[in-house]
Design a binder for this molecule. Structure first.
Ligand code: CU
Length: 241
């Protein structure tokens, strides 16, 4: 399964390699001609094909060189566009080919000045730390509670706008378990606390994640039960009068 990191690494590498190749060819050809037509102080021989000042180069071969360079450039550019398009389509639809996949974990992310809230299934919530299982697709729905923010995890090549009333959906797969301090940042200048608007990313082994999730859910249920019990108590007390 290709992660976002793989996809963007691939795109970066291919553009870097091709860009370097084109650069090397162009610079080498320029230097070659600069050397070939250098001023040696000697007048050029009559039969030599030397461009003279004020004269347009005539070239030869009916513009074959020009056509060839245009054709090659077109092939390279169109292939790159097609290649990048297919990869970005993959990024758009996710690794399961559907959005979100059947087994995907879904987390609602809410930005507020100045921190992030994470809403998991069954009402489980965290603030300032996001928990995800390693190696699994995590779909996130990003929104904001107040002003425009932007949710980003550079290590995972994730960036999604956080705008009030709108949901921006994206995904990532964290492969390496670990605690990544301040891995989550806000990428939209949103106010005086913007630069401190970071959260930690905690990547757990899938079993550990299950455990953590169950614990959180149990704690939540307990708290709800207690609340209900208290309410009942209040009602009973009230009844005495
Ligand atoms: Cu922000």
């Amino acid at each position: 399964m290709q992660t976002r990191v793989d996809v963007f690494e691939d795109i970066f590498m291919i553009f870097l390699v091709l860009g370097t190749l084109v650069g090397v060819i162009v610079v080498a050809y320029t230097l070659y001609n600069a050397y070939k037509y250098r001023d040696t102080g000697e007048p050029a021989a009559d039969d030599e094909d030397v461009p003279t000042l004020g004269e347009l180069p005539t070239g030869g071969q009916g513009g074959r060189k020009l056509f060839l360079s245009f054709a090659l450039s077109a092939v390279v550019v169109i292939s790159l566009v097609a290649y990048a398009y297919v990869l970005l389509l993959y990024v758009e639809t996710g690794p399961e080919g559907e959005n979100p996949g059947e087994d995907a974990i879904e987390v609602d992310v809410e930005g507020w000045a100045f921190d992030w809230d994470f809403h998991y299934e069954d009402g489980v919530e965290t603030t300032g730390t996001m928990y995800v299982p390693a190696g699994e697709t995590v779909w996130i729905n990003v929104t904001s509670d107040d002003v425009w923010h932007s949710f980003g995890i550079s290590d995972q090549r994730v960036k999604a706008d956080a705008i009030p009333g709108e949901y921006d959906q994206t995904w990532f797969i964290a492969e390496e378990p670990g605690e990544y301090e301040d891995a989550i940042e806000c990428f939209e200048l949103c106010g005086s606390g913007h630069s401190g608007m970071t959260s930690d990313l905690v990547v757990l082994e899938p079993e550990e994640y299950e455990e953590w999730f169950e614990e959180e859910r149990a704690a939540l249920e307990e708290a709800e039960d207690e609340e209900e019990a208290e309410e009942e108590d209040d009602e009973d007390e009230g009844g005495e009068y």
